[in-house]
Design a binder for this molecule. Structure first.
Ligand code: ADP
Length: 460
């Protein structure tokens, strides 16, 4: 009984610590707007870098031709062949590969050799259905979802790794050069015509289908967003101003940090134990790479201090990152009366068996507490982007579409609902919220990379 009361008290305290009021969410959005403006003046003075993407025109949907896309930085390496057929239609073929952890954290050249090998494999497979015109090379858009400093559309140096990548000797190198070198070594005949972040790809791919798309948000392993900025608002030097008067900005908002960010002891400990400490603080409170780890840390504390799983602490629960966000999502969504899914997950992932219904309810509650905070913070971040676009106001909003992707949003129903509800009912005015749509477009990032490669074709 004593433990039960203690447990209840602790859960209540954790819930309070993780709750972010609507007032604070609005303040955080305003603070993000300030940081984004600062990032447009000088990247070094802001935690939000606001990287210039050099994508200054977006697709119409009428593009034609066969282009390739390569996507690195997500859960899988993807190699795609995209046939653009005009009139917003495409034929897309994709192959996915799980990048081995050893490659993710090895030497730069090993990573790019690995990629080149997969590209070569796909080209061999798809050779028949591609008509290479004499004297012409294939063209490829390279989606690379890590922070890079670009000086033009087809070159960019790696600033730092995020997520679970860590190949230190790649930092400072031009990712297009490294890829091209590896492709040349294998005598693969392809020209890397564009380097882009996955958010930029998702924005371009979304726009390919829908002219009202003005921003893209990724909620997957990491979190990031891109949007269309007026180029005259970019104060920092970046080259000649684009004729279109527009420029896609890759915000890298996952690195947002502010004294307002209500970090808990769990967040601080997670950050301290991470290879990139003091970086990506917003991302560490929200995204798929970390949400499960936050839940694990809370459960461990409850096991330690309030005997959540009996007298001893289950050894598996002490293992960092053992609990994935997909499992959190499965447990949170358990609709069975006896929470059998929770029971199975605890057994399979944490090797904890015979957990009472009451204790399983506590586990679900912790998933809910962490996911709710992540979803509310995501909604605040989206509000910040809408504010940057002036689309938080009824006079300007028109029909506004934010392309959104990533498993955290797409596959975690409770997370998604909470995000949408917070944005629509708490953060935006009722009339404005009716005009703002968060929409998923299938394969947007790959299509976007192909379309951007098309618009920067060396043969155009
Ligand atoms: P990317 O790595 O490109 O962001 P995803 O969008 O698939 O790829 O995101 C992967 C992340 O989403 C991982 O952190 C994973 O734990 C999480 N994830 C996968 N499935 C689910 C799910 N059903 N619910 C919540 N999160 C999930």
């Amino acid at each position: 009984v004593k433990n039960g009361q203690k447990l209840e008290k602790m859960v209540k305290k954790i819930e309070e610590e993780f709750w972010i009021s609507v007032e604070l969410l609005k303040q955080l959005a305003d603070d993000m707007v300030l940081m984004m403006r600062k990032g447009l003046e000088d990247a070094d003075s802001s935690s939000i870098k606001m990287l210039v993407s050099y994508v200054d025109s977006l697709p119409s949907g009428n593009e034609e031709g066969c282009f390739y896309a390569l996507d690195l930085g997500g859960t899988n390496l993807r190699v795609m062949q995209v046939k653009l057929q005009g009139n917003r239609t495409i034929d897309l073929k994709a192959e996915s590969y799980m990048v081995p952890p050893k490659i993710k954290t090895g030497k730069s050249h090993e990573l790019f050799d690995y990629i080149a090998e997969k590209v070569s494999h796909v080209f061999e497979m798809k050779e028949d259905d591609f008509e290479i015109l004499p004297g012409k090379k294939r063209e490829l858009g390279f989606t690379f979802s890590f922070p890079v400093h670009q000086t033009c559309i087809n070159s960019g140096t790696l600033l730092n790794w995020t997520k679970d990548y860590d190949a230190p000797d790649a930092i400072g190198k031009d990712m297009v050069k490294e890829l091209s070198k590896a492709l040349e070594k294998r005598a693969i005949d392809v020209n890397v015509t564009a380097l882009l972040n996955d958010t930029v790809g998702t924005l371009a791919g979304g726009r390919f289908y829908d002219k009202n798309v003005v921003a893209a948000v990724i909620l997957g392993t990491g979190m990031n967003a891109a949007y269309v900025e007026q180029s005259d608002r970019i104060v920092k030097p970046y080259g000649l101003p684009p004729k279109s008067g527009q420029m896609v900005i890759n915000t890298e908002w996952g690195n947002f940090n502010s004294s307002l960010l209500p970090l808990t002891v769990y967040d601080r400990a997670l950050d301290n134990d991470s290879p990139n400490h003091h970086k990506q603080l917003l991302e560490k409170m929200v995204s798929g790479r970390y949400l499960g780890e936050i839940v694990r840390r809370i459960l461990l504390q409850l096991a330690d201090d309030a005997a959540l799983f009996g007298d001893s602490v289950p050894p598996k629960l002490q293992q960092h990152y053992v609990l994935g966000t997909d499992i959190v999502s499965a447990m949170h969504g358990d609709k069975s009366a006896d929470l059998s899914v929770v029971g199975k997950c605890l057994e399979k992932v944490l090797e904890i068996s015979n957990v009472s219904l009451e204790k399983k309810k506590v586990v679900v509650k912790i998933c809910e507490i962490a996911a709710t905070r992540g979803a509310r913070l995501s909604a605040a971040a989206i509000l910040a982007i809408l504010k940057m676009l002036g689309k938080d106001k009824l006079a300007n909003v028109g029909e506004t579409v934010v392309a959104i992707d990533g498993s955290l949003f797409a596959k975690y129903q409770e997370f998604k609902s909470c995000l949408q509800k917070t944005l629509a009912e708490e953060l935006l005015d009722e009339q404005v919220s009716k005009m703002v749509l968060l929409k998923q477009f299938k394969d947007a990032s790959g299509i976007g990379a192909a379309v951007v490669a098309a618009s920067h074709s060396i043969y155009a």
